[in-house]
Design a protein around this ligand. Structure first.
Ligand code: GRF
Length: 207
């Protein structure tokens, strides 16, 4: 981590929030140059909300069910984050596709982690897809978010072997350990301005 300025960050979750916790820990240990302003969930019952509160992080909820369409939810979410001074957004198990109504407010500043080696196995149940396909190696991917499903330029990947006897649970746990390794450092590169997007490629600027 070379940048000293802490960038205001929101983490968006829909569930357990283990990646969120690993990002908070990285920030507290000085491995992630972020000022984590808010943990947001579109699901009021997301267990990760309680985890965030226990860590002393402010939380907020907007249920997508209370909005007539995706765009109005996305606009309200962008308004909420901007009201907290947020500049960067990390998706961590956030189970909603974001539209340009949100993404255009944070251009090039929204990042996601996906539990497969994209472009293989996008969308839901990536670990199950990998097992059903019969691959020997899968993994996880940190990528910029665009309006597609897991289609944005790739920032970092880690390979994880599929082992004999794996089921969805054992494979997911092995991938999750790799997620917790790569997400903080990849996000730190984004926050530190050390990346440049050239076409589909993400290059280190060496800064
Ligand atoms: C992770 O596997 C992540 O890659 C995917 O959703 C899962 C979230 O897990 N997008 P957690 O809520 O961070 O524990």
């Amino acid at each position: 981590m070379s940048a000293s300025r802490k960038e205001p960050l929101a983490i968006l979750i829909s569930g357990r929030g283990s990646n969120m916790v690993s990002l908070v820990e990285a920030a507290r240990q000085g491995r992630l140059c972020a000022d984590i302003r808010l943990v947001f969930s579109n699901r009021p019952d997301a267990p990760g909300l309680q985890a965030a509160r226990s860590l002393g992080i402010e939380t907020a909820v907007l249920s997508h069910r209370d909005f007539p369409d995706r765009e109005s939810f996305d606009r309200a979410l962008a308004d909420l984050l901007e009201s907290r001074g947020v500049r960067f957004v990390a998706l961590a198990g956030f189970m909603r596709v974001l539209t340009p109504a949100f993404l255009d407010r944070f251009p090039g500043r929204v990042v996601n982690i996906h539990p497969a080696l994209l472009p293989a196995f996008p969308g839901v149940h990536a670990q199950r897809q990998a097992l059903e396909y019969g691959v020997w190696v899968t993994g996880c991917t940190v990528h910029f978010v665009d309006a597609g499903t897991d289609t944005g330029p790739i920032i970092a990947q880690a390979a994880v072997p599929v082992e004999d006897g794996d089921d969805e649970e054992t494979l997911s746990a092995r991938i999750l350990a790799a997620e917790h390794q790569i997400y903080p450092s990849a996000l730190d590169d984004v926050l530190g301005g050390r990346l440049r997007i050239q076409g589909r490629r993400v290059l280190r600027t060496g800064g």
